[in-house]
Design a binder for this molecule. Structure first.
Ligand SMILES: [Mn+2]
Length: 317
């Protein structure tokens, strides 16, 4: 049985792509089971509840050598704790290639599109496999989530085509209304502890030349996508404390928490210390005022934040 899973601190794409790819593989005669690497966020819980679909189980500790398939990620820092001991046989992803190393030739499908769900739809169409309403709504939800319903600069024509194809099958007549309901669910944070809010959409990245491991910096980058940024800034002090804890706990050089206003398409980022303040000034030209730096319309971590930091920390040739 092939274990299929998305990244830690899963978002909607990480969960739904694991479910859809596992069922796709099973239909192709490859026994596969979806798992998750963390708790669902409120948006994903809403999507699964709407569909009456159970969340995948937490990935158990897998013995070394177990065959696995990765969706929506490929970097070891964002994967199962013992990923380097597992046998990665398949990856379907739309992120930059990281430190993936395999002993055997794997099946790899990478495309620079807005969502892993968009690639999964292509796999169905290429295999002449019909898309069931359940799978259609899972993929549709992932694409709307990852692209913020086409607001994100990561959006490609393929993502738009996929949504146009999937919405009628999924029975979603008003796509924007459905997207807004997802975003509202995601923004309804209630009394969620600050540490959990910081971790909900959080990824760690090594920056710098891997040939000089001593010079590599490790940064933790959190994002809160919300229709209610005022609520998040109301908890600024708690969030900064949670960031401080995470930095110490995980031995990080820096941490950032970007608060993305989905509807206004802006990013205001919480700045913990002089270290982050300096980097954000040098990389983005943004000054920090009261612990907040205005990063303007840079709402995509993948496309607008990570590449700029990567370049900054890479030794100049
Ligand atoms: Mn994704």
């Amino acid at each position: 049985m092939l274990a299929v899973f998305g990244h830690t601190n899963p978002d909607t794409d990480a969960i739904t792509s694991a479910l859809v790819y596992a069922s796709f593989l099973s239909r192709q005669g490859v026994q596969a089971q979806a798992y998750r690497l963390g708790e669902l966020n409120f948006e994903t819980a809403f999507v699964l509840r709407e569909l009456g679909v159970d969340a995948p189980e937490m990935l158990p500790e897998l013995p070394a050598g177990t065959a696995v398939a990765l969706v929506d990620h490929n970097e070891s820092a964002q994967s199962a704790p013992n990923i380097t001991e597992l046998t990665v046989t398949r990856v379907v992803d739309h992120h930059k290639l990281g430190d993936l190393i395999t002993a055997q030739p794997p099946y790899l499908r990478f495309e620079p599109v807005g969502c892993a769900g968009t690639i999964l739809l292509k796999l169905h169409r290429e295999a002449n496999l019909g898309v069931e309403p359940r799978e259609a709504k899972l993929m549709l939800s992932a694409i709307l989530s990852d692209t913020l319903h086409f607001r994100s600069p990561t959006t490609t024509p393929d993502d738009r085509d996929a949504v146009a194809f999937l919405a009628p099958i999924a029975g979603v007549e008003d796509v924007e209304a459905y997207a807004l309901a997802m975003f509202a669910a995601k923004s309804d944070l209630g009394d969620t502890p600050a540490a959990q809010i910081f971790r909900m959409d959080y990824k760690e990245f090594p920056f710098g030349d891997p040939a000089h491991p001593d010079a590599v910096q490790h940064w933790g980058l959190g994002v809160v996508e919300t229709t209610n940024p005022a609520y998040v800034f109301g908890r600024k002090a708690e969030l900064l404390a949670a960031m401080d804890e995470a930095r110490a706990e995980n031995n990080l050089n820096g941490v950032l928490l970007s608060v993305v206003d989905i509807l206004n398409e802006t990013n205001r980022t919480l700045i913990l210390s002089a270290t982050e303040e300096k980097v954000v000034r040098e990389v983005f030209g943004a000054e920090t005022v009261d612990g907040v730096a205005d990063l303007g319309n840079r709402i995509s971590r993948k496309k607008q934040i990570v590449p700029a930091l990567e370049k900054h920390f890479m030794p100049q040739a």
